[in-house]
Design a protein around this ligand. Structure first.
Ligand SMILES: Cc1cc2nc3c(=O)[nH]c(=O)nc-3n(C[C@H](O)[C@H](O)[C@H](O)COP(=O)(O)OP(=O)(O)OC[C@H]3O[C@@H](n4cnc5c(N)ncnc54)[C@H](O)[C@@H]3O)c2cc1C
Length: 496
């Protein structure tokens, strides 16, 4: 490779940061242009009256993907980043008073499901075995490669994975498979929730997604010291160390192309040349705004968006010993909830409530002593013009009354600080089309194949990373997308 080759990355989300590190290690002179005045994109923070909040993602799995970046860059990770495995990945609460602790220790978790929900202990163990098998036989191959290059498709590993694919796992729903393993509808609901890890509907999403619990229960859930924001900070610092130049408050206006080859980008009216351009922004906006490509953007519009969220950041002036880092308060009728989110595109009156409390892991530093920082999230449909101001009010009431019922408390007088985020704000803050959290949904067996590739089929030198393209949303997959792009770039260089 020519060592003066220039790469431009549009957006400093986790995919953009990982892409910048990888390309810098490959020898590119890398510049990142970011619309906001901070790196991290959806990983961002809020400080309010002594309370600290992660504004976006809260669940962290697969720390080995971060370790891999540090190893690749030849830097000691412990100088930048550390995390701890959680002994309990989530506390589950049901309306009838049932509580379940998802212990990291599989035998303990199996016993908990037996005691609280009457499941056979062997059911959990065989479910997690199946989950691990799908991930290892199929998931790793599909998530690590571009599915859109013919040469890759014929690779032995892919052919082997396709042969290992049980077609029923593509065409049966995740809910159906879960219901075939467990007898209690509460356990089924617990495992159906994993479809929301990429913003999908368990009653439509393929059973292939039942590989997701493997990541949390066979590999483990982690808490990064300092909260999720430390992931963005660490990757940013590593990128700077590797010589990446960052330009903040610098929205890219267009991608310059000539004779089917990318030539650079326009920022603040100035044309900046580059040999390759990697877009880390939502692929819909890349085509619609930066390339004015009506046909492509319309094609993407046809794909269903993943769900979005309504989030309340609450400073709570009390401690709740029954809660942990991750807590779920389930809706009574999960099917109706997803029907509202995806078919009716409405909020559901009794939403499942997720509460993340990082002060449980770092008391005194994430919230004042004796108090807790509650990140309270309910799933919401992607924005198609719903009345969000009235939803905010209505769902604040619904959440409070659900928590009061289940926790036997009175939450409202305990809220001493509040900030709210809805899908419209998610779109304006992070550039995610319609505020969806994970790009397009995975509600069909073919969704994985329809997701936009990590490269442009028509413009050479143009690549894509992040949650709206292959292999999908969520921090681990965004990190994978950067790996796929760096491999594609290396191959393209060898070809030319
Ligand atoms: C509320 C919420 C909860 C979530 N929960 C989890 C979770 O628990 N676990 C998990 O793994 N994932 C979770 N996710 C998903 C995860 O956050 C995302 O998949 C991931 O962070 C997206 O990274 P990305 O690389 O796609 O970039 P993004 O974070 O989407 O960043 C894109 C960047 O591009 C910038 N940009 C946009 N337009 C331009 C332009 N024209 N020029 C320059 N820059 C531009 C934006 O400002 C932004 O910084 C959650 C997301 C949200 C919002």
């Amino acid at each position: 490779m020519n060592h003066s080759s220039k790469a431009i990355i549009i957006g400093a989300g986790v995919g953009g940061l990982a892409g910048a590190i990888r390309l810098a290690v490959q020898g590119f002179e890398v510049s990142v242009y970011e619309k906001n005045n901070y790196p991290g994109g959806k990983i961002s923070k809020l400080e309010m009256d002594g309370y600290h909040f992660d504004m976006g993602p809260s669940l962290f799995t697969q720390p080995q993907l971060i370790e891999e970046l540090f190893a690749l860059a030849g830097e000691p990770m412990e100088d930048f980043f550390s995390c701890q495995q959680l002994p309990v990945s989530c506390n589950y609460f049901y309306e009838d008073g049932t509580q379940v602790k998802a212990y990291a220790d599989k035998d303990l978790f199996a016993k908990e499901l037996a005691t609280q929900l009457g499941e056979k202990e062997s059911s959990l163990l065989s479910y997690l075995k199946m989950s691990g098998k799908i991930y290892n036989d199929i998931g790793t191959v599909f998530l690590n490669h571009s599915l859109h290059k013919r040469a890759t498709l014929f690779k032995t590993k892919i052919l082997k994975a396709l042969r290992a694919t049980r077609w029923s796992y593509l065409f049966r729903s995740m809910h159906k498979i879960n219901a075939s393993y467990f007898t209690n509808s509460k356990t089924v609901q617990l495992f159906d929730r994993y479809a929301t890890y990429n913003g999908s509907n368990p009653y439509k999403a393929p059973a292939m997604l039942s590989m997701i619990p493997h990541l949390e229960h066979n590999q483990g859930a982690y808490y990064p010291k300092g909260g999720m924001i430390s992931i963005a900070k660490a990757l940013y610092q590593l990128a700077v160390k590797k010589g990446v130049q960052f330009y903040f408050d610098s929205p890219v206006q267009s991608i310059i192309r000539h004779e089917k080859k990318v030539r650079g980008v326009t920022v603040n009216g100035e044309n900046i040349k580059a040999d390759i351009v990697v877009s880390n922004i939502d692929v819909y906006f890349t085509y619609a705004h930066l390339m004015k490509d009506v046909n492509r953007s319309h094609k993407i519009l046809k794909q269903e968006r993943s769900s979005s969220a309504l989030i309340f950041y609450w400073g709570i002036k009390k401690e709740f010993p029954e809660l942990g880092l991750h807590n779920i308060f389930f809706s009574k009728d999960y099917k109706a909830e997803f029907d509202h989110l995806f078919r009716l595109k409405k909020m559901y009156d009794d939403p499942t409530v997720y509460i993340n409390i990082t002060s449980k892991c770092e008391p005194g530093s994430q919230a004042p002593h004796g108090k807790e920082n509650w990140f309270v999230m309910v799933n919401a449909p992607a924005n198609v013009g719903q009345d969000w101001p009235s939803y905010r009010e209505k769902y604040k009431r619904a959440i409070i009354s659900k928590l009061n019922r289940i926790l036997q408390t009175d939450i409202e007088p305990l809220i001493e600080a509040e900030e709210i985020m809805d899908p419209v704000l998610i779109e304006s803050k992070t550039g995610s089309f319609r505020g969806s959290l994970y790009g397009t949904s995975s509600n069909t067996g073919m969704a994985a194949f329809l997701r936009h590739p990590n490269f442009s089929k028509t413009i050479s030198g143009l690549y894509f990373v992040g949650g709206s393209v292959h292999p999908g949303g969520g921090i681990p997959l965004c990190l994978q997308s950067a790996k796929i792009v760096s491999e594609l770039v290396a191959k393209d260089i060898r070809k030319h």
